[in-house]
Design a protein around this ligand. Sequence first.
Ligand SMILES: [Ca+2]
Ligand SMILES: [Ca+2]
Length: 311
Amino acid sequence: MDSLHRPLLCNAEADGKIGIRKLGELPHWKPGEIERTKILLKKTLLVLCAVIIPTASGFGGFGDLCNNFRRGDTNGDGTVDLSDGIATLTYLFGGASRPGCQDAADADDSGSIDLSDAVYTFQFLFLGGEPPPAPGPWDCGEDTRVRDDLGCEEVGACGAELLSRDSSDFDRFQLAFSPGLGFCPEVGRVFEATITKEADGSYRVALVILRVGQPGEPCIKFFLGEIACAVPEALPARYLTADEIARMLALFTDLGVYLEAHHICDCIAIDPCRIGNFTWDGQRFSDFLCSNRRLADGQAQGILDFLESLR
Ligand SMILES: [Ca+2]
Ligand SMILES: [Ca+2]
């Protein structure tokens, strides 16, 4: 086993450092949690922090661990067309950078990228030639044939469909964090929030922040961080100003959401350490990449920044 395949736990420490430890070496580990971990580990024994994966396009370097692609889709835009053959030629002869997914550019699955791949693609598109071999040009899948030296580090082309949701017409919005394998909500920041629309059209906000606690206080469970105890503390509730309402509604009117987990979750397990749950009446979305109801990149942070601005 190489280092990538050893069982690791990665959690964000409260000071922002990343800690990686072998499973079983954690003092707070309990039998039930180990079972949960085994479920999470799925096909491989790699556990990653979401905090080291800032965007969906940043999952470089997993090689064979997670290399779903559409064969022939050299430019990774989700469809195989004329532009892909041109992209292959531009890479080979025009000085363009290496395709993010080399397996996809290897249209004939020969194990190397050369002129024949562009020719193969053009023959398929315009001359009734055979479609590119498995996983083919239409479905996302793994390289099922020869094991070659080509990799697929760019995974964006097999991504979920980005949808838009208007959640501005809500009666009650709530934010709550739930734990991953451990729990690392940020101390000094908003920990819970409730915004309620009143009958007269005003909005009442109630925030709870997380502060450093002292021994004997009701500390939150499974907390991982430099401090021993973190305690939720409610701030006085108040009504939003007209400016704050306008900013909130602008934020909630066009929410980018996905209704399926990121496909990288099929091949690795990710411990986010804290999961932000955002609920508009009965509609709940999380910021966890592996949730099948999740907010798009940056969306959750935008809402958290807004809530911070209300303190
Ligand atoms: Ca394409
Ligand atoms: Ca080839």
